[in-house]
Design a protein around this ligand. Sequence first.
Ligand SMILES: [Mg+2]
Length: 184
Amino acid sequence: MSEKQLIIFTDSGDTIIDEATQEFDKAGIVTRAEFIPGAGKVLKRLHEEGYHIALVADGEWDSFQNVYRENGLGYCFEQWIVSEVVGEQKPSVKMFDTAMEKMGLSEEDKPFIVMIGNNLKKDIAGANRYGITSIWLDYSPRYFHTEEEADWHPDYTVHTPEELYALIGRLEMQAEKRRENTIW
Ligand SMILES: [Mg+2]
C-alpha cells in the first residue's frame, strides 16, 4: 500500500451518520446513531487504503466519542477536531486551522486536502474560504440545499457514499500526478 497524497477532512452528522437516527441522553449528548447506508463501509475502506482522515465536526466531544465507540470506527480518524473543544463552529477558520495543525499540515498541502460535508453553509463555505477542495454529500434532506451565497458552491457534489468513494479515487490519481510534477 503506497501512501496516499490526498488528505481527507470529514464532517460526521448527515455525512457519515444519519442524524435522524441519533439517540440522546438526558444531557443532550448523542449516545448512538446509525450510519448513512454504505458510509461506514466507505470510511473503513478509505482508512484501510491509507488515507489520512480527520474528523472536523460541530458538536459535543462526548457525542462523537459515544457514536464512534459504539459503531467501532473511531480508529479511522487520525485526529478529532470538535467544535466544543475548539470553541468555534464551522465555517470558522479556527476549526480548519486546528485541523491543519493537528494533522501536521502546512499551506503547501492545501491543494491536496478535501473537506467532505452535508452542510453548504458550514462545510462547503468553510472549505471554499479556506482554500481547500469542497465535496458536498447531498444525501440528507436536512439543512440547506440551495446556494444562498456565492461561496456555498461545492467543487464536487455526490449523492451517496459509494459515489464519494469513486470520486476520492479519481482525486487521488490527480493528486499523485500533481505531486510528481512538483518534484524536481
Ligand atoms: Mg453535518
